[in-house]
Design a protein around this ligand. Structure first.
Ligand code: IMO
Ligand code: MG
Length: 421
């Protein structure tokens, strides 16, 4: 059976949790392949709200194996908090599996993330300060400590070397140094707690595929936050696009089935960086309030704007998106008038190809098409044809532009408030 992938099409926070939740109820296995606890996936089940940062939300479905793949960076403290919170709510976590190849976030990564950000002056990235970037840096520097290393005889030496090296940086900036013994003690405790979940998930995933199990991959972050394809340097330090899904899990290209791109009927971004359709006015504020656009991870107010089809088309091409999942149709439908960005204008030049060139993006203005809003209450609608004509017109223009169908349409926050086509 083919593996289906859910990933973000824009700057994150598209509501991936909702579609993952829907598909997850039909899956045997749920996998996270990239990022770390910079992600925040909110899910509402029977009136109970869950926010996941690390554990695949598929864990909520009885019997589902939830795998944290090799491409993820794991903060064990956060992981254990998430495990405990699930247990407290009576959820079964016995089928959680963590890759022995996933890299571990240590307190010095978090301190470094903050140090670097504080010293960027006017060119801040607006990171989540969870140590994600510095942990991936160590991975590629080849001094990272992996989950499997926590159980090796070299662990103490590796940790001591890393802490000594990072302390030199902290000293240089006048920041407090880290205490090796304290961190060692803390992480030995964490290692013991999570040991029962650790295994070679690459082998496990291939075994599960061979057994014809249904697997879905829960993407984190999004296309425009991708280190290669996003608006560099205002990006995260991994590849949330399809390539990262493969290298972060050990699933091969032939095994991929549907690639679902999640998007909102409008757009949002947290952190710094160019954002062509951003509305720095009352309409942007209104979208933020109507859509409750405040970060699940950092609680920061999100920047909001109209949907950008230039960027969406790019996401479709880069990832091979086969179908889209659009959230918040109800939210955008509350505006009297809606706009869709169909091209960028830079000076006299109009173009439809997304670029990651910061200068061009910063100087580009959106070219809009205007649609009628005011959809009224659509939250109880479950059949596409029952949507008001003005809502269908909006949807069909998006489909026509990007060339893939919108298969799932969110009409409210609840689990059931969705149209499936
Ligand atoms: P989900 O999975 C939105 C953004 C940060 C910052 C940049 C780099 O919930 O969609 P990092 O801490 O990763 O080094 O920060 O990336 N960012 C996200 N924005 N949703 C996310 O995840 C994000 N993960 C990272 O705001 O601009
Ligand atoms: Mg988020």
């Amino acid at each position: 059976m083919k593996v289906d992938v859910v990933l973000g099409s824009f700057y994150g926070d598209e509501g991936k949790g909702k579609i993952i939740d829907y598909l997850g109820t039909k899956a045997d296995v749920s996998v996270r392949a990239t990022g770390g606890n910079n992600a925040g996936h909110s899910i509402e089940v029977d009136g109970e709200k869950f926010v996941f940062h690390l554990i695949p939300s598929g864990i909520l479905n009885k019997g589902t194996t939830a795998i944290i793949g090799n491409g993820v960076v794991v903060d064990p403290k956060v992981l254990i908090q998430e495990i405990d919170a699930l247990k407290e709510k009576g959820r079964d976590v016995s089928k959680l599996r963590i890759s022995d190849k996933a890299h571990v976030i240590f307190p010095y990564h978090i301190a470094l993330d903050k140090l670097l950000e504080e010293n960027r002056g006017n060119s801040k990235i607006g990171t989540t300060a969870r140590g994600i970037g510095p942990c991936y840096c160590d991975k590629y520097e080849r001094c990272g400590i992996r989950i499997g290393d926590l159980y090796s005889k070299d662990f103490e030496k590796k940790l001591e070397t890393n802490i000594n090296n990072k302390n030199k940086i902290f000293a240089l900036y006048g920041y407090p140094e880290m205490d090796y013994k304290e961190i060692l003690k803390e992480y030995k405790k964490y290692a013991k707690t999570i040991k029962k979940y650790v295994c070679d998930t690459t082998v496990l995933i291939q075994e599960l595929i061979a057994k014809n199990k249904k697997i879905i991959v829960e993407g984190a972050q999004a296309t425009l936050l991708d280190i290669d394809f996003g608006s560099y340097p205002f990006v995260t330090s991994s590849n949330p696009t399809i390539g990262g899904i493969l290298s972060g899990s050990g699933i091969n290209a032939h095994q991929i089935g549907e690639v679902y791109g999640v998007m909102k009927a409008y757009s949002s971004r947290v952190g710094e960086g160019p954002y062509v359709t951003e509305l720095k006015n009352e309409t942007g504020d209104l979208i933020r309030e109507l859509g409750h656009e405040y970060g699940a991870t950092t609680k920061r107010p999100r920047r909001c704007g109209y949907l950008d089809l230039v960027a969406l088309k790019y996401a479709v091409l880069v990832n091979g998106i086969t179908a889209l999942c659009m959230n918040h149709l109800d939210t955008i439908g509350k505006l009297p008038e809606i706009k869709l960005c169909v091209a960028y204008k830079n000076g006299d030049k109009e173009f439809k190809e997304f670029t990651t060139n910061e200068e061009i993006l910063l100087n580009s203005k959106p070219v809009y098409e205007t649609f009628k809003g005011d959809f009224q209450d659509i939250s109880n609608i479950r059949k596409y044809d029952d949507l008001p004509e003005r809502a269908r017109k909006y949807i069909e223009r998006i489909e026509e532009y990007v060339g893939v169908p919108i298969k799932f349409i969110g009409v409210g926050a609840g689990r059931e408030e969705m149209i499936v086509r």
